[in-house]
Design a protein around this ligand. Structure first.
Ligand code: FPP
Length: 223
């Protein structure tokens, strides 16, 4: 059985789901939040310690203001309503990315990180204003004064420092690309591209992926 400590997800397809079912991209995001909660529960049940969710990329700023604001508002309402419960369930929230949102949201994200800092049951990394290339450049800039930089230096200066690399990366929404997500960390990750749109993604899909993952011979370059 392959150890599974960290699962990362590109939650793609909310917009399409919303348009197909509710004639609104934004209502697709709202529906997608239900899948987020399902996956959180799943990770706790299966004792997966890290869950990284690509919630807003550095490129997503190109979306219309109305959609951006809807997403930020959804996150704000969610955290205000659920932070207490999340904390009681011993879940830790960590933000991957630079917090450059409204003052209110920045403060709320800081507060959520601080409040849940000691929790160890499950760590949820919310990739927000996250871009892997930016993250790597940021790490290099912190290492400017060093004469020789090695792999560990870079690893230890990424937003994911002190975390294991993801063993599994899932992308829903029938698109096969990484979209600037965890490019360094996913060097040896098993990648699963799923046809289903994120709001349609269910427990049984996770079971199938994990079953397949367990059967993979992970060689890491050996034979
Ligand atoms: C990508 O689908 C999805 C996003 C950019 C946002 C993800 C947000 C959520 C799942 C809900 C909010 C999450 C939290 C943690 C509060 P898309 O809009 O690109 O879909 P499309 O490819 O069909 O257009």
């Amino acid at each position: 059985m392959n150890p599974l400590k960290h699962m990362a997800i590109i939650m793609d397809g909310n917009g399409r789901w919303g348009l197909q079912h509710k004639n609104s991209r934004n209502l697709g995001h709202k529906e997608g939040l239900k899948t987020v909660e399902m996956v959180m529960k799943y990770c706790i049940k299966k004792k997966i310690k890290f869950l990284t969710l690509y919630a807003f990329s550095t490129e997503n700023w190109k979306r219309p203001l109305k959609e951006r604001n809807y997403l930020f508002n959804l996150l704000e309402i969610y955290l205000k309503e659920k932070l207490e419960k999340i904390n009681n369930e011993k879940i830790r929230i960590k933000i991957l990315g630079e917090k450059n949102f409204s003052k209110n949201l920045n403060n709320l994200l800081d507060f959520a990180e601080k409040k849940t800092k000691k929790n160890t049951k499950l760590q949820i990394n919310l990739a927000l204003n996250y871009g892997s290339k930016k993250e790597i450049v940021y790490a290099f800039n912190k290492l400017k004064k060093k004469k020789r930089i090695n792999e560990n230096d870079i690893k230890n200066n990424l937003f994911t420092k002190n975390m294991p690399d993801p063993e599994i990366l899932i992308r829903t929404g029938n698109t096969q690309r990484l979209s600037n997500f965890l490019l360094w960390q996913a060097a040896y990750t098993e990648i699963f591209f799923e046809k289903k749109l994120w709001p349609d993604f269910k427990n049984i899909d996770l079971n199938r992926i994990i079953k397949k993952f367990s059967s993979i011979k992970r060689n890491f370059g050996k034979i």
